[in-house]
Ligand binder design. Structure first.
Ligand code: WT7
Length: 715
């Protein structure tokens, strides 16, 4: 952070809660692949030559303005209904208010102001999964019309008022951003739940957010099948009702307007079929509500260290400024660009970098409904060629998969990318090189963007055309961002020491979440208590943000992320809580104990593996493993499906009775189990090792597309 010298920092705080390493949890960072430090790759010459003076001067400009005023640069990208009077109100850390006094509307910033200037430019280009269905262009003008009609329906038919929460369980079709922006237009808070989450998972989020309105779709395409999505809505509503929350209005978009594609009939009086039900609102105007900068814009549920997902709350002015700003600086996006991010809008990447960032800048954002490898691994490159995509964004998992299935496919198509972004998990150098060479054709800048649901936008990345790229490292912090690596006592790990530590952010930034919905205490304890020494302090310097990631930093200031150090597993760039999966396992009556650990995976980075012990007298362990798989699928969703379920005779435990997850992880990941002599029953470790690895046998591996492997041990 350029504006503050290192001398301004307070003395290293002493942690109040020093973790005791009792083997109770395993971290991804522990099983990180330690690839060697790579040589930097210079920024592509064409791109470097094309940068203007303002792009070159960005860091200097931030430094000149200093913290927190530097973030005005981002807020100035937006149109404010009423200008703010104060950049940052930091009087109550860690609760910060950005651009105080300002009023703005996110939907106006993402639509109206562009629709006025270039009504016929495409806001979205929707690519249905079936290759024979035509691409649908949604212009800025038509987006505005659709958003206003939907907003008037929400307000007049569903009774949605400013500040109300609306849960959206939609797939990747234009109706998803239309509904989000319709909420934003009237000041309602949207809570999008990834369509791959089960009905139950959606219902728990409905209840936590207190939504009375659910927006869903009848069906959508996934891997060549038209999936019926309505049963999920019924389950969600029933689950929410059990938790005391009733849903009064269900908006059901039809995937094919006028052709209802579900076997579950609509419920009269509760459900409305869209777009038909919008007919009476045709052409209706809904002026954008000028919202206070700090009004909540949306909730995004994410997994943490407990079984209960938390509603990460993002505000309007700070969040939108930060996503617009980073979309410009990192993705170099301009209105004439065609940009495609393969993420799902149901995750934060899609919110920030499919919808809000790109639209705030007036660019064209491609929406793809299905899986990237359908019907074959050439699909993304055909789409890129056909739509002239020049900025492309995806995850290491998708890159690994595309490389594995079609290493030479990109050569066959004439697309040309300027920027290639990756997000969600560490990318190993071999995968990085293929992305750079085969996909980027050596002329695109690769940006490895590190951030989190909680951070709203990218915090670390190289700047395209300006910085050298280093395969395997995310890069330096973005302007205005001040990371540090601290050890468990709160002492900074020096750059270039080769040692890893906890990645923290020392200064707040406008994209930082505002709080956890309905649970400010959990917000403070999860993200700030770790390194705060004085809970009463009003000085933001006392409140470093704890990211939950392990990292190292080289002498040149490039960061390398090693993975989560908490009970979170990053599967294919998607975040799952081990405790959530464990609690699903424990809902199976025959299961006595459950432990979930991350296992390294060739394609997905990490996958969950389940270990359970059964209650005495269970006669059919195979059936139990099946029940476990079912419980996980219904309570969380297919994405949490474990790679393997091991039934063990006994869990490895400390004498005080704690399950040694670290030992299980070492076994699954074929690492040394370390000293286990102090365990309650050391012999059980060897027994489990034999079960999992086979006596002296080679690695047991199942392909990622396989159904979970079910194994049972002798009882
Ligand atoms: C976790 C956050 C950021 C949006 C998508 C995921 C991991 C994210 C990188 C990267 C290494 C990364 C971290 C982080 N992660 N980006 N470029 N290199 N790891 O958001 O679901 O909130 O997950 O994803 O472990 O904590 P999320």
């Amino acid at each position: 952070m350029p504006s503050r010298g290192r001398t301004q920092r307070p003395p290293a705080p002493r942690s109040r809660r020093r973790p005791v390493d009792d083997g109770d949890s395993v971290s991804e960072a522990e099983i990180a692949v330690h690839w060697k430090e790579e040589e930097p790759v210079g920024p592509p010459a064409d791109l470097a030559a094309s940068l203007g003076p303002s792009e070159r001067a960005l860091r200097a400009r931030f430094a000149r303005l200093g913290f927190p005023e530097c973030f005005r640069v981002y807020a100035d990208l937006l149109t404010w209904e009423q200008p703010w009077t104060r950049t940052l109100d930091d009087s109550r850390p860690p609760f910060y208010r950005w651009f105080v006094g300002g009023r703005l509307n996110a939907s106006f910033n993402c639509i109206d102001r562009h629709a006025r200037r270039f009504p016929d430019r495409a806001a979205f280009r929707f690519v249905p999964e079936p290759p024979d269905e035509p691409v649908v262009t949604v212009t800025y003008r038509s987006l505005q019309r659709r958003v206003e009609e939907t907003a008037s329906f929400l307000r007049e038919r569903a009774g949605v008022r400013m500040g109300d929460r609306v849960t959206i369980h939609l797939p990747m079709t234009p109706e998803l951003p239309v509904t989000m922006l319709a909420c934003a237009r009237i000041g309602a808070v949207h809570s999008v739940v990834f369509a791959g989450f089960s009905g139950e998972a959606c219902g728990r989020r409905i209840a936590d957010s207190g939504s009375r309105v659910l927006v869903t779709m009848d069906a959508f395409w996934r891997n060549g099948r038209l999936l019926d999505h309505r049963p999920a809505a019924e389950l969600a509503i029933a689950t929410a009702a059990q938790d005391g929350q009733s849903v009064d209005h269900v908006l059901v978009w039809e995937r094919y307007p006028g052709r209802y594609s579900s076997r579950t009939p609509p419920v009269t009086g509760r459900d409305a079929l869209l777009p038909d039900a919008l007919l009476e609102f045709a052409g209706r105007r809904v002026p954008p509500e000028p919202m206070p900068s700090e009004a909540p814009l949306f909730l995004m549920y994410t997994s943490g260290t407990t079984g209960r997902p938390k509603g990460v709350q993002h505000g309007t002015g700070g969040y939108l400024s930060y996503t617009a700003g980073t979309t410009r600086t990192v993705l170099d996006l301009h209105p004439e660009d065609v940009y495609w991010c393969l993420a799902d809008i149901g995750w934060i990447t899609g919110h920030s970098y499919i919808v809000y960032g790109p639209l705030a800048l007036g660019a064209t954002s491609v929406l793809y409904e299905g899986v990237p490898t359908f019907p074959d691994s050439g699909r993304p490159w055909r789409i890129a060629e056909a739509l002239n995509v020049n900025v492309f964004h995806t995850s290491p998992t998708a890159i690994r998969l595309l490389r594995k299935l079609g290493p030479a496919e990109p050569e066959r198509y004439r697309f040309r990318f300027r920027i290639l972004a990756t997000v969600g998990e560490p990318i190993e150098p071999q995968t990085w090189r293929w992305y750079y060479e085969a996909v980027g054709k050596r002329s695109a800048a690769v940006v490895d963007t590190w951030w989190q649901t909680e951070t709203g936008g990218i915090l670390c990345s190289t700047l395209p055309g300006l910085d050298a790229m280093k395969p395997g490292s995310t890069g330096p912090p973005l302007p205005g961002i001040d990371p540090a690596i601290l050890d468990d006592r709160g002492v900074e790990v020096p750059d270039g020491s080769g040692r890893a530590g906890n990645l923290v952010l020392r200064t707040p930034w406008p994209g930082l979440m505002q709080t956890i919905w309905n649970d400010p205490d959990r917000f403070v304890s999860t993200y700030f208590a770790r390194y705060n020494t004085d809970p009463k302090s009003r000085d933001w310097r006392r409140w470093p943000y704890f990211s939950g990631d392990g990292a190292t930093r080289t002498a040149d200031g490039y960061l390398r992320i090693l993975g989560r150090i908490d009970d979170v597993i990053n599967v294919a760039g998607h975040r799952l809580g081990t405790k959530e999966i464990e609690s699903a396992c424990l809902s199976v009556p025959d299961v006595a104990e459950a432990a979930v650990i991350p296992e390294a995976d060739e394609v997905k980075g990490r996958v969950p593996v389940v270990y359970v012990s059964l209650r005495p007298g269970v006669s059919d362990p195979i059936r139990v493993t099946r029940d476990i798989a079912d419980a996980i699928e219904t309570q969380i969703g297919k994405i949490a499906q474990p790679k393997e379920v091991w039934v063990v005779p006994e869990m490895p435990k400390t004498r005080s009775g704690k399950i040694m997850r670290r030992v299980l992880s070492a076994i699954s990941n074929r690492r040394d189990v370390g000293d286990v002599t102090t365990l309650a029953d050391p012999a059980v470790v060897e027994e489990i090792r034999r079960l999992v690895q086979g006596a002296g046998a080679g690695p047991v591996r199942s392909r990622p597309s396989d159904p979970p492997r079910k194994r049972t041990g002798p009882r």
